[in-house]
Design a protein around this ligand. Structure first.
Ligand code: NAD
Ligand code: TYD
Length: 349
């Protein structure tokens, strides 16, 4: 095979879609998926491709520097697409250290291992860091995040991602390591762990449980279908310019409460429930501390330079997402048993 590519966090929500896309679209690449299988990692997400000849899974933790160095020696990676992270803002509020450890130190371990393995010969090498728009902080009622927007992270999660972004750029600047970086808005779609807004509420509507809306519900997010994010990552990895940052977004802003009402209407229809039934489950609860008011991405650079644009409309994506959860009850039941119940009680009671 032409190249060996390390994808970290490939058993998670976005990572599994990225791994599948690379494995299927690039038979010339050997894809090594490295994942610690935390509560958010699930090999069920990759059942359909696990036997592909260009795919290997490595159960490892990016916090284990020795193991990472060993894997670089074993596979001689040409590129890294780094997605492994602790990813949920609410968990970062209750346990910030796990985020600092994995997102900052884990990223440093990967950078150090790549630097040592590539020994200054960067021909054909590339380190791709997958990041979030949350590093830019919060917007008011108007305006968009651009690649030039100053960093202003507000939560332990976004601060840890900002730190890792800075480290990647610093290794590029100091050691000339070739890198690309993308900052993306909120994703949704199949295989999303039901702690984030959309899959949590789909699961609760399914089970006729309360829908816990934080604060006044007028917080705004820009939603992108996960497969469109995976398409953008593949494109930037293949064609993005070294040392560049690209914002990725859905051109699709929704106030939480409007989104929740749409979800309720869609699910009532799909489940054959009476109109308005699920909306009755909406429960306004205490706000998230330090809650960012609005995120909105301007993805013009990626569109102009590489021709990327979301391919799935929100109506289509949301409908497909609901259908996926209704068709995959076993997946949902598996990930919501055990520790999930403890998390749910602690977070919402
Ligand atoms: P996720 O929580 O669903 O998955 C994270 C994956 O990383 C899991 O498979 C987990 O097992 C693995 N992991 C966690 N700690 C690890 C460690 N120490 N070593 C090895 N593997 C570890 O997250 P996601 O939503 O798929 O996000 C993936 C990446 O994309 C993250 O870097 C996140 O910051 C970024 N991102 C997410 C969104 C979003 O809306 N979800 C938006 C923009 C950027
Ligand atoms: P989330 O899916 O956690 O993503 P992020 O915080 O990274 O944007 O939350 C999306 C929005 O939904 C955010 O404004 C917080 C809000 N939210 C609720 O109102 N209730 C909930 O139970 C959750 C998880 C989120």
């Amino acid at each position: 095979m032409e190249k060996t590519l390390l994808i970290t966090g490939g058993a998670g929500f976005i990572g599994s879609h990225v791994v599948r896309l690379f494995v299927q679209k690039h038979p010339e690449y050997h894809i090594v998926n490295l994942d610690a299988l935390t509560y958010a990692g699930n090999l069920e997400n990759l059942k359909d491709i696990e036997n592909e000849p260009n795919y290997t899974f490595e159960h490892a933790n990016i916090n284990d520097a020795e193991k990472i160095t060993e894997l670089f020696a074993k596979y001689k990676f040409d590129g890294v697409v780094h997605l492994a992270a602790e990813s949920h803002v609410d968990r970062s509020i209750t346990d910030p250290n796990a985020f600092i450890q994995t997102n900052v130190m884990g990223t440093a371990n990967l950078l150090n291992a790549a630097l040592a393995a590539w020994k200054g010969n960067f021909e054909g090498k590339r380190f791709y860091h997958v990041s979030t728009d949350e590093v830019y902080g919060s917007l008011g009622d108007t305006g968009f995040f651009l690649e030039t927007t100053p960093y202003d992270p507000q939560s332990p999660y976004s601060a840890s991602k900002a730190a890792s972004d800075h480290l990647v750029r610093a290794y590029g600047n100091t050691y000339h390591m070739p890198f690309v970086l993308t900052n993306c808005s909120n994703n949704y779609g199949p295989n999303h762990f039901p702690e984030k807004l959309i899959p949590l509420f789909i699961n609760n509507i399914r089970n006729k449980k309360p829908l816990p809306v934080y604060g006044d519900g007028k917080y705004t997010r820009d939603w992108l279908y996960v497969i469109d994010h995976a398409r953008a990552i593949e494109l930037v990895f293949e064609k993005g310019r070294n040392g560049e940052t690209y914002n990725i977004g859905g051109f699709n802003e929704w106030q939480n409460i409007e989104l929740v009402k749409l979800l309720c209407r869609e699910m009532d229809e799909k489940l054959g429930r009476e109109k308005g039934e699920s909306e009755k489950l909406i429960a306004y609860i205490k706000d998230r501390p330090g809650h960012d008011r609005r995120y909105a991405i301007d993805a013009t650079k990626l569109n102009k330079e590489l021709g990327w644009y979301p391919s799935v409309t929100f109506e289509e994506g949301l409908s497909k997402t609901i259908d996926w959860y209704l068709a995959n009850e076993e997946w949902l039941n598996n990930v919501t048993s055990g520790d999930y119940q403890k998390y749910y009680t602690k977070q919402y009671n």
